[in-house]
Ligand binder design. Structure first.
Ligand code: FNR
Length: 186
């Protein structure tokens, strides 16, 4: 069984990215468990707070879930052609203390998907993530891409994918990513 942790980078209740993560879970890919994590409860990074109190509980908890996973799927929105602050902020916390980076990120297989309301489906934020993952020593699966554009047309009012081609692409993406993780473990 390949254990993937998906993290949605949006806090919105009706987030398209959270809906994408839920749709991925609903696909129930054989031999893959896909757990979902949110960024709720993670405060803004503050070096004084870190020095005084250590890591916030929400960060420690997410860190532990990453460490227990075989791979991490970042489900990223795009804000102003880049990574949303809440998502980058969470990763910054997770990279503290720096002595922990290798355990949390080092060689861990990461993959990126995302949904946006614009026409380019998070291509710029996904691209911006690459340098962050490289800095943290994570491995990035580049064997597939999923960039969901025009999200208002792709999801219905309940957050389910109504575009069958996107649903198929999502399944292909997950199977490919899980096979890559699996191959690397052997
Ligand atoms: C956006 N949005 C957006 N979309 C896009 O395709 N390219 C972009 O650069 C931006 N920039 C941007 C900035 C800010 C501050 C906001 C709030 C929004 C629109 C974005 O794709 C849309 O709000 C998505 O619905 C956000 O993802 P969630 O919250 O639905 O997961």
């Amino acid at each position: 069984m390949t254990k993937i942790l998906g993290i949605s980078g949006s806090l919105r209740a009706h987030s398209y990215n959270t809906a994408l993560l839920r749709a991925a879970q609903a696909l129930a890919v054989p031999d893959v468990t896909l757990d979902a994590a949110t960024l709720h409860g993670i405060p803004l990074y503050d070096g004084d707070v870190e020095q005084r109190e250590g890591l916030p509980a929400a960060v420690t908890e997410l860190k532990q879930r990453i460490v227990e996973s075989d791979g991490v799927l970042l489900v990223t929105p795009e804000y102003n052609s880049g990574i949303p602050g809440v998502f980058k902020n969470a990763i910054d916390w997770l990279s503290r203390p720096s002595a922990d980076i290798a355990r949390v990120f080092g060689d861990r297989p990461f993959a990126l998907v995302g949904a946006s309301q614009g026409g380019f489906g998070t291509i710029l934020s996904q691209n911006a993530w690459l340098s962050v993952l490289r800095k943290l020593g994570a491995r990035h699966w580049s064997g597939g891409t999923l960039m969901v554009s025009r999200a208002t047309q792709v999801f219905d009012e309940n957050g389910a994918i109504r575009d069958e081609a996107i649903s198929r692409q999502l399944g292909d993406f997950l199977r490919g990513y899980a096979a890559w993780i699996d191959g690397a473990r052997r």
